[in-house]
Design a protein around this ligand. Structure first.
Ligand code: HEM
Length: 390
């Protein structure tokens, strides 16, 4: 990502940068992205079925497919049609090299030794950012011509253009000019690419992990899947083919509960590294010194029986008739503090869109194996083996 990436900023510099990005995740903005996402789901659900047919209907590993749909979802939500399908596929195929690089990231200089995992990961990261910078340039040209925003970068550039316009009016003496809601500076194509790369990095593994468990667990729980299916059909007025809209989300209480329970039961991001900015007591007898790295895990808090009774049971109803919603201190799925997940509203929304549409258009069977309930940590949590037949 490079040490200059905004997520490594601290204090005021970080808060200000982040404030400029928050406008890309408001309800209004999220509503704009759902049509581009609907097309990704249409495309990939066909691919899921074709993938199984190509294997003669036999159960096949699906983790690769789940990684690919999430990569396509991110690339299209970020860049809409400015990014080619070839580029999306290449990024999806190569991105695991970026994740694999993390295994050796603390070995000094390994990034410069050809063909090591960090070297391969860095090359991939650089290539993705070159592609993203090209898309940012195309996006800027289109928005300058007055086009309507359809994706995150369109939205960001619209805010830059509105801010620039406002500054010009003020410079021309129009002191009463209306101030834009998101007053930001102009970012270069490279800065846009780098920022969107941090989004892809933050999203790819976490979202793929959540998708994999969601499909696996719902296949194992037909009671949950059929209730979710019925609720999604009702939200679409009985029309199975009606595209998802933002205003449906509020009525999808059960779908939302399934997603929250999934994120609690199998939290994708269990380790978040923090650096101490002052001595930090972690037990009555041990205080971590300033400047040390602490890597706390949210897993125990999310499986704490005092907050979530029977924590090893997947029970979406605890979010409806139980008191899970009130356990905010335990709900660390998206982190906490100034660097908490920028997409904490976007994630449940896109997951609701994906699983609601999948429930209405697909059926799938999970083929359990001796190892499919074992957990594998590849940056995030995955089942050790994940085979499906849609
Ligand atoms: C299931 C999906 C996801 C989970 C579980 C998740 C979880 C997290 C967690 C635990 C953090 C660290 C919080 C902290 O330091 O306290 C984080 C940070 C972040 N996430 Fe997510 N995330 C997910 C998806 C996404 C997506 C889809 C995006 C972007 C579109 C995203 C963007 C970010 C960014 C930019 C940060 C860093 C924020 C900062 O440093 O200010 N995440 N996420």
């Amino acid at each position: 990502m490079g040490s200059s990436a905004w997520i490594f900023l601290q204090g005021r510099a970080h808060t200000e940068y982040r404030r400029g990005l928050a406008g890309l995740f408001t309800n209004k903005a999220l509503g704009v992205y759902s049509s581009v996402q609907e097309r990704v789901y249409d495309d990939y659900f066909d691919k899921f079925v074709a993938h199984t047919e190509a294997n003669g209907g036999k159960p096949t590993e699906f983790m690769g497919m789940f990684r690919e749909i999430n990569c396509a979802l991110s690339c299209r939500t970020f860049f809409g049609d400015y990014i080619s399908q070839d580029a999306v596929k290449r990024i999806a195929d190569d991105f695991y090299l970026v994740t694999a690089a993390l295994e050796l990231v603390n070995i000094p200089l390994s990034m410069y030794i050809p063909f090591t995992k960090p070297w391969l990961g860095k090359r991939t990261a650089d290539a993705v950012q070159v592609e993203f910078a090209k898309c940012a340039a195309a996006c800027k040209a289109n928005m300058a011509s007055g086009a309507t925003p359809t994706c995150i970068v369109d939205q960001w550039i619209t805010h830059m253009l509105e801010s620039e316009h406002y500054r010009n009016l003020i410079a021309a003496g129009e002191s009463n000019a209306p101030k834009p809601t998101n007053l930001i500076r102009v970012f270069t194509d490279r800065e846009i690419a780098q920022t969107l790369f941090t989004f892809l990095f933050a999203s790819q593994d976490a979202s793929s992990s959540a998708t994999t468990w969601l499909f696996q667990i719902l296949a194992q729980r037909p009671d949950v899947l059929s209730r979710l299916r019925a609720k999604n059909l009702a939200a679409r007025g009985g029309d199975r083919t009606r595209p998802f809209e933002l205003n449906m989300y509020e009525s999808l209480t059960y779908t939302n509960a399934v997603i929250k329970e999934l994120l609690r039961y199998r939290p994708p991001v269990i380790f978040v590294p923090y650096e101490t900015t002052k001595p930090f007591p972690i037990t009555p007898t041990y205080t971590v010194p300033k400047g040390a790295m602490i890597v706390p895990s949210c897993y125990p808090a999310l499986h704490d029986p005092t907050a979530y009774p029977d924590p090893e049971v997947f029970n979406p109803d605890r979010w409806i008739t139980g008191d899970a919603e009130s356990k905010t201190k335990n709900w660390l799925v998206f982190g906490a503090g100034p660097h908490d997940c920028l997409a904490r509203r976007y994630v449940p929304l896109t997951m609701a869109h994906m699983i609601g549409k999948a429930a209405l258009e697909l059926d799938w069977v999970h083929h359990a194996t001796a190892r499919s309930e074992d957990i594998r940590v590849f940056a995030t949590l995955f089942p050790m083996v994940c085979s499906f037949r849609p």
